[in-house]
Ligand binder design. Structure first.
Ligand code: GDP
Length: 140
């Protein structure tokens, strides 16, 4: 499988509980390398833009509120099959359905406070990386 890059976020529910290191360790233990990382407190406009694909969904307001409620750690991860590998280690969107050993099973509180985000395809990975990082901030 090819070396890929994917975009990851440690969401405010997790940074508030001081889980940045614990979650990053789970990503690294899964074989992913953190090749860019920064802590941001996103504005309403940034959160709405990032999640624009969900703007018609009933939970959109709650999603934006959660993402602007505290700091988020945005990261670029690199590794063999990184996009799928990250989705696997994250676990299902609803932590009640997530497999044992996944980040969401271990740390998430609810579907709305599910601790992490990860790109779901090569196209979204490229878009999401470019939304938060310039090329010079990514050091592989
Ligand atoms: P993901 O790719 O696993 O993060 O899931 P989606 O792209 O489908 O949804 C984006 C984010 O919206 C999820 O991570 C959740 O935080 C939130 N979300 C999705 N569905 C629901 C829902 O039914 N209720 C609430 N409150 N949030 C949701």
């Amino acid at each position: 499988m090819a070396i890929e890059r994917t975009f990851s976020m440690i969401k405010p529910d997790a940074t508030k509980r001081n889980l940045t290191g614990a979650i990053t360790k789970m990503l690294e233990d899964a074989g992913l390398r953190v090749i860019a990382s920064k802590r941001v407190w996103m504005s309403k406009r940034e959160a709405e833009g990032f999640y624009a694909v969900h703007k018609e969904r009933p939970f959109f307001g709650e999603l934006v509120e959660g993402m602007t409620s505290g700091p988020t750690v945005v990261q670029v991860l690199e590794g063999e099959g990184a996009i799928l590998k990250n989705r696997e280690i994250m676990g299902a969107t609803n932590p009640a359905n997530a497999d044992e050993g996944t980040i969401r099973k271990t740390h998430a509180l609810s579907i709305g406070e599910n601790s992490v985000h990860g790109s779901d395809a090569p196209e979204t990975a490229a878009q999401e990386i470019a939304y938060w990082f310039s090329e010079t901030e990514i050091v592989g």
